[in-house]
Design a protein around this ligand. Structure first.
Ligand code: FES
Length: 234
């Protein structure tokens, strides 16, 4: 039977727009150091951020085709984590024991998600909104959730880019915030919180509709104000 605990074991770790084909990025969450990468077939993958050969961070590596290449000696890892090629031994078929541990990883709802639970239930359907930006905040996930739940959000002042904000609703996966801009424009911001450590989080944010550059700038400035507000009140 599916349970909420199964579903909420999924963690948002990047905006889909932030990980292009051939991209590699480091992700830290719940004490895990991970490398997130996207193959040129657009699939996403998550592996331990440590090459089994000599321990180089795989997030320093690069993608060729559908393989993640270690930057140090060029060992190539396929989408299952198995080593597929060793440049120093081109005739060798690497044994199955040469592999890097992987985690379940999906691109869903405009975000890249991972789970530490191999039995996690598939994520429910959710709209894939365009990404705005990811913001690092020196505050724990719990405190951010409490602050958003309190409804006490900052405002920004500017003749064109000033914003007031109010929480529309929260779910197990994100929080929707209405932004009213000084120009009379409105936008809805979707905020997903990733726990990085006990004192640090990432906010992955999306706008629910295509927006003008001016509206994106206003929303982005408001996000800066939200980060400052969270860090000042934590
Ligand atoms: S440390 Fe990665 S290939 Fe040698």
């Amino acid at each position: 039977m599916n349970t909420a605990a199964d579903i909420t074991s999924w963690l948002p770790v990047a905006l889909s727009d932030g990980l292009p084909d051939g991209g590699v990025m480091r992700v830290q969450t719940a004490g895990h150091d991970l490398a997130l990468w996207r193959a040129h077939d657009h699939s996403v993958h998550c592996v331990d951020n440590r090459c089994p050969h000599r321990g180089m961070r795989l997030s320093f590596g690069f993608v060729r085709g559908n393989r993640l290449n270690c930057i140090y000696h060029g060992w190539q890892y396929g989408e299952t984590g198995a080593c597929a090629y060793i440049p120093a031994h081109p005739e060798l078929t690497p044994p199955e024991s040469l592999c890097v541990p992987t985690l379940p990883c999906v691109d869903h709802g405009g975000r890249v998600w991972i789970t530490l639970d191999p039995d996690a239930t598939a994520l429910p359907a959710m709209p894939a909104h365009p990404g705005l930006r990811s913001v690092a905040v020196n505050v724990s996930q719990d405190r951010i959730q409490a602050a958003l739940g309190s409804g006490a959000l900052p405002s920004t002042t500017h003749p064109q880019r000033g914003c007031s904000a109010r929480v529309l609703d929260t779910s197990a996966f994100d929080c929707r915030i209405a932004l009213d801009v000084a120009t009379g424009d409105t936008a809805t911001l979707v905020v997903s919180i990733q726990s990085v450590s006990a004192e640090r989080s990432q906010l992955h944010t999306q706008l629910t509709a295509a927006a003008s550059v001016e509206l994106k700038v206003a929303a982005s400035r408001w996000l800066d104000a939200l980060r400052d507000h969270l860090e000042a009140t934590a």
